[in-house]
Structures are given as structure tokens and as C-alpha cells.
Ligand binder design. Structure first.
Ligand code: GTP
Length: 598
């Protein structure tokens, strides 16, 4: 049977351990692309991804490999995003495979995302092949890393492949191992269709395209396909494979990986994790594990120029076409005017979207500090979900507030354990567990409020451990907490976009630090500007921006007109990222200041 010669696998690794480089080498070695055709890092195709060197969107590629046994195998490599924001997508793409290469950097050793991804792979019953990468580096310690793999993950690492994705060492061995170790897909071609969507993408001509693994049955042009989560059906217009660019084929069947197009107008109808079946011969139940991606972090996006509002809406709609996990709805701020409240999977997702809006869509944005979703129990017995601090009901309307809690796993060299414990203490963390993953490295498990992770946690973690700590987290639930809202008054007027929610015990400190910080950020005006932090109607801190009369032209002695113009232009540019609120100009930095006040 043909499917005996198919192998579906992914590569799992911590960020920067060499996943994309290894994928490139495998593609190159199997000749799916010649070296000249291959732009550096084919799998990471978005510009931004390449610049940041992280994989965001997963994709797939089919490799054709003639193994030492003389047979030609179809190897489908499914790429996975490497970042904590995209865990669900990782888990779905792993579900499309029978095996995975576990890539560990021979200098760094096992990191938090290595572990997180290994757990996901084990949940999906994947055969794991250990690859110790970067052995070309003089500081490589493959033996230590092998020991870590055995101790922490419990895999036999004696067979681990020593490789260098950079120089090509070990590449053939990896391909052979995939053929011999990863089981061929099982699944009946004749059973009702079940195809797992592990990614989707919007194409202007073909509509929303589903990237699928056919688990059972077959699909071809003309099949009436049906989404099992919604019951919606569409007529298939094309099926194909990634070789590595999209190539149309007659049919996809059990075991294969490819794409399905059906002139679907919205990527919302092709959600990752959903099962596609045949409307005329439907499967009785969907594949396990489907859930909607839920945004966890929210912020307000406003344009500096009010006239750009429609452009911002259009741009968000375009981004949403390809990314159903980005959500947005109109929001009005007294201070900032008309904008959008946007929801993201996590902080990185948020930063990526903001950057794309600015770069690809050429928008000049004011973004407010990110917030999590609070659950507020009111005196009327309602439970409100509040994703914008300024919408928090008045104190006398609130019975209690619950905040999201995450379970965080931190891996760190043992000398930094004290530093991490101190940080987690400051961040209201609850210690759960600690163990040694090797003689010199420790795994710490904590429960932490998500809002504290949003507030500057990554930067603190990195700076307090000289960059040696790695972090992974997952939402674990909601917990009642004593929280209060702090509002900021500028020149006596409340700026709603600066309000934030904080634990009562920290409120005084944060309120005071924020006004101090704002004093340095708000430029001097012709008049004095008092900055106040208030809780309810009680002022907890106050600073003042002194008045100043700044006449930039006075330096020009009235003479040179071109110099005058230059200065005026310079001043205009300096104003760009400012928003006029009442009679005070507030720079973008002010809205993010709350994140940098530890
Ligand atoms: P994400 O896409 O963020 O998940 O990262 P990644 O795991 O794909 O890492 P990537 O392939 O981008 O490699 C990270 C860095 O390590 C790059 O600078 C690579 O050039 C380098 N690198 C990868 N493999 C090797 C190797 O075998 N030896 C050496 N010396 N460097 C390597």
C-alpha cells in the first residue's frame, strides 16, 4: 500500500535551537528545491518572521527521499511555531504527525519550550527522534545534553543523532531514522472522510485554504466538504500538496498531507483543529482536540490621525483574514477617540500584529497598555468579562474580581534559583514545585497571575538571569483577588486610556511610580500640568510637569529661512506619535509606561 511509504513528522525545539535551519537542510538534501531556488529559510516565509528569527505561522512541505533500502518515501514535514503564544497550534500540527524530531541545542541544553513541546508530542503519541544540534560549535556538550534528555524526558538518548544543521552533519542519518522509526500513517481510504485542519491561509483567488492531514477517507475536486464544528459545507475546488509550493493533485487520501480549497470567503470557516468531512458521507464523530483559540491579552489601538480610522479598520480586517485568532471590535476612548479593542493569543502575537500594522499598512498608532480579561461579579449577580480597565464598574457595584492565573514552568541554571524566587515573589507567584533537570539546572513551577506576566515579566526574567532562564506557561484558571483600578488625571482630567488594574497591596507603589515616570515622558507645555494617580476619588500620588516657554525659532536670529523650515519640520516629526488629550499632548510612551515601573 502506498501509505506504507509516507512519513509525517514535525520538528520540535526551543526557540533558536535550529529548527528552521534544519528544515532548510532537509529540503535542500532531498532536492525539493535547489540551493539557488532556496531563499534562506523557506518555511519561515513572512518578512517579520525572518527578521525576528522566530516561526509564527506553521506550514508544511513534502520531501521525496530515496532511502538506503532503495524505496522512495514521501516525507511530509509540518512546521510548528516555537513560541508559547501558539501552543494550541503546535498541538494541532503535532496531531497531524506520527513522529517528531526533538532538536536540542548542544550548548544550551533542554529549555522550557523543549519540554512543553515534548509533552505535547507525547500526548499525541508521537515517536520522538532526538537530534542534538550545533555540534560544530566548540562549546558543544553533546554528552551533557544526552544526559539531560534521559533524566528530564526519560527518552533513551544513546541513539541520539549528533548533527549540525549549519554544516550538514547528520542530515542523512536523520532522514534514514525518520524512515525507519516513524510509523507509516494508518487510516482507511474507504472510510468516511476525516481531515484535520492544522493551519489555514487566505488566498485572494482560491479563498480560505485549509492545510490538512487526511486521517481517513479521501477528498477530491467536487467533494462536498463539511466542517464538523459548524456544519457548514462547501464544494471543493482544488486539492493539492506542498512540493514545496502548492501543486494541484487529483485526490488526497488517508495518511497524506496537503491543502483543500473551496472558495471559502472567511478563514473563520477553516479553524485550526476542526475536522473536515464529506457532507454526502459524513463521519460520525470529529477528531479529538478541537477548541477555539481564545485571546488572552487585549489592548486598544488608535490612530494618531483621526482620519486614518477607516484605514485601521480595513487593515485589521485584512490581517484577520489570515489569522482568525486576532479579534477586534470598535471602542471609544474619551481621551483617544475612536479606535479598536483587539484581542491576542499572547504578548508576542500582540507585538507582531502591531508591527505589521505599522510597517505593512503604514499606520501611525497609539497603543494602550495590554490588559487581561477580569471576571467581575457585580451586586446584581452578573458576571462581567472586563478586558479594558476603564470599563471596570464602580467600586460599590463590585462584589469580587477574579483574575486569570497561569501555570509557569521556568528552567534556569541553579545559581539563579534565588533570583527567580525573588522575582516570582514580587509578581505574586505561588510556588508549586522545583526539581533538578541536571546537576546544574533547575525546573521551577509556579502559579502566577497572567497580568503580572504581561507587566514586564519576560524582561525581568531575562535581565535577572543574564538571559539564561526560559519560560513556558499555560492558563490554569481564575482566582479571586483583591484588585483595584487606578486612574490617571492629567491637568485635572481623567485619561481613560491610562487606567489600569492592580493588586491592592501594590496600588500605592505603582500609582506613585507611574506618575513619576509620566512626569519624565509628558513634554513641557506653556502651562503647568499636574499628574495625579487616583483610586476612586482618593488621590494617591501627584507630580507636576513644569511650564516652559519653548520657542524653537528664537535660535535662528530671524535670518536663514531654510534653516527655519528645517527646524519646524523637525519639531513636527517629533510630535508625530503624540495624541492631543484636552489641551495636553501625550506621547505614545506614556501609554506603555505602566509596563515599565517595577
Ligand atoms: P524559531 O524559528 O524561533 O523556532 O528558531 P529556530 O529553532 O528555527 O532556529 P533557527 O533555525 O532560526 O536557528 C537559530 C540560530 O542558530 C541561527 O542563527 C542559525 O544560523 C543557528 N544555527 C542553527 N543550526 C546551527 C548549527 O548546527 N550550528 C551552528 N553553529 N549554528 C546553527
Amino acid at each position: 500500500q502506498a501509505s506504507q511509504r509516507i512519513r509525517n513528522f514535525s520538528i520540535i525545539a526551543h526557540i533558536d535551537h535550529g529548527k528552521s535551519t534544519l528544515a532548510d537542510r532537509l529540503i535542500e538534501y532531498t532536492g525539493a528545491l535547489t540551493k539557488r531556488e532556496m531563499e534562506a529559510q523557506v518555511l519561515d516565509s513572512m518578512d517579520l518572521e525572518r527578521e525576528r528569527g522566530i516561526t509564527i505561522k506553521l506550514q508544511a512541505v513534502r520531501l521525496s527521499y530515496q532511502a538506503q533500502d532503495g524505496e522512495v518515501y514521501e516525507l511530509n514535514l509540518i512546521d510548528t511555531p516555537g513560541h508559547v503564544d501558539f501552543t494550541y497550534e503546535v498541538s494541532r500540527s503535532l496531531a497531524a504527525c506520527e513522529g517528531a524530531l526533538l532538536v536540542v541545542d548542544s550548548v544550551q541544553g533542554i529549555e522550557a519550550q523543549t519540554l512543553a513541546n515534548v509533552y505535547l508530542a507525547l500526548e499525541n503519541n508521537l515517536e520522538l527522534i532526538s537530534v542534538i544540534n550545533k555540534i560544530d560549535l566548540p562549546s558543544a556538550e553533546p554528552e551533557r545534553v544526552k544526559q539531560e534528555i534521559e533524566d528530564v524526558i526519560g527518552l533513551d538518548a544513546s541513539e541520539a543523532i549528533l548533527a549540525s544543521a549549519k554544516t550538514g552533519i547528520g542530515i542523512e542519518e536523520i532522514l534514514e531514522r525518520i524512515v525507519t522509526m516513524v510509523p507509516p500513517p494508518q487510516g482507511d481510504d474507504e472510510a468516511p472522510l476525516k481531515a484535520l485542519i492544522f493551519d489555514s491561509k487566505f488566498d485572494a483567488y482560491k479563498g480560505a485554504i485549509s492545510y490538512v492531514r487526511i486521517v481517513e477517507g479521501r477528498v477530491a475536486k467536487g467533494t462536498r466538504m463539511q466542517m464538523m464544528s459548524t456544519g457548514k459545507s462547501f464544494e471543493v475546488t482544488e486539492v493539492g500538496v506542498f512540493a514545496p509550493s502548492m501543486r494541484i493533485v487529483d485526490e488526497l487520501k488517508a495518511g497524506q498531507v496537503g491543502f483543500i480549497a473551496a472558495s471559502i470567503k472567511n478563514v473563520k470557516d477553516t479553524q485550526v483543529g476542526d475536522t473536515i468531512t464529506d457532507a454526502d458521507k459524513p463521519a460520525s464523530e470529529a477528531l479529538p482536540g478541537y477548541r477555539k483559540a481564545t485571546p488572552m491579552v487585549f489592548c486598544g489601538l488608535y490612530t494618531v490621525e483621526a482620519s486614518d480610522y477607516n484605514k485601521l479598520r480595513d487593515s485589521l480586517e485584512k490581517l484577520h483574514l489570515n489569522d482568525a485568532s486576532l479579534i477586534f471590535e470598535p471602542e471609544t476612548s474619551i481621551a483617544l477617540g475612536f479606535g479598536f479593542r483587539c484581542g491576542f493569543l499572547g504578548l508576542l502575537h500582540m507585538e507582531i500584529i502591531q508591527e505589521r500594522l505599522e510597517r505593512e499598512y503604514d499606520l501611525n498608532l497609539i497603543t494602550t497598555a495590554p490588559s487581561v480579561i477580569y471576571k467581575v461579579n457585580t451586586v446584581h449577580g452578573e458576571v462581567l468579562s472586563i478586558d479594558n480597565p476603564s470599563n471596570l464598574p464602580k467600586v460599590d457595584q463590585i462584589v469580587s474580581i477574579e483574575e486569570p492565573i497561569v501555570k509557569a514552568t521556568i528552567l534556569v541554571p541553579s545559581e539563579y534559583v534565588g533570583a527567580i524566587m525573588e522575582l516570582n515573589q514580587e509578581k505574586r507567584g505561588a510556588y508549586c514545585n522545583m526539581d533538578y533537570v541536571s546537576t546544574s539546572r533547575v525546573r521551577l513551577i509556579y502559579e502566577l497571575p497572567l497580568s503580572e506576566i504581561v507587566f514586564d515579566y519576560f524582561d525581568q526574567l531575562k535581565s535577572r538571569t543574564k538571559g539564561y532562564a526560559s519560560l513556558d506557561y499555560e492558563l490554569s484558571g481564575y482566582k479571586e483577588t483583591d484588585l483595584v483600578k487606578i486612574d490617571i488625571l492629567l491637568n485635572g482630567e481623567m485619561v481613560d486610556a491610562l487606567s489600569f488594574i492592580v493588586h491592592r497591596a501594590k496600588s500605592y507603589n505603582r500609582g506613585r511610580k507611574l506618575v513619576e515616570k509620566l512626569r519624565g515622558i509628558i513634554p513641557r507645555h506653556m502651562f503647568e500640568i499636574p499628574i495625579q494617580s487616583v483610586i476612586g476619588s482618593r488621590v494617591i500620588a501627584r507630580e507636576t510637569v513644569n511650564a516652559m516657554r519653548k520657542d524653537v525659532l528664537s535660535k535662528c536670529y530671524g535670518g536663514d529661512i531654510s534653516r527655519k523650515r528645517k527646524l519646524l519640520e523637525k519639531q513636527k516629526a517629533g510630535k508625530k506619535r503624540m495624541k492631543q488629550v484636552g489641551n495636553v499632548e501625550i506621547p505614545q510612551d506614556a501609554f506603555m509606561a505602566v509596563l515599565q515601573i517595577e
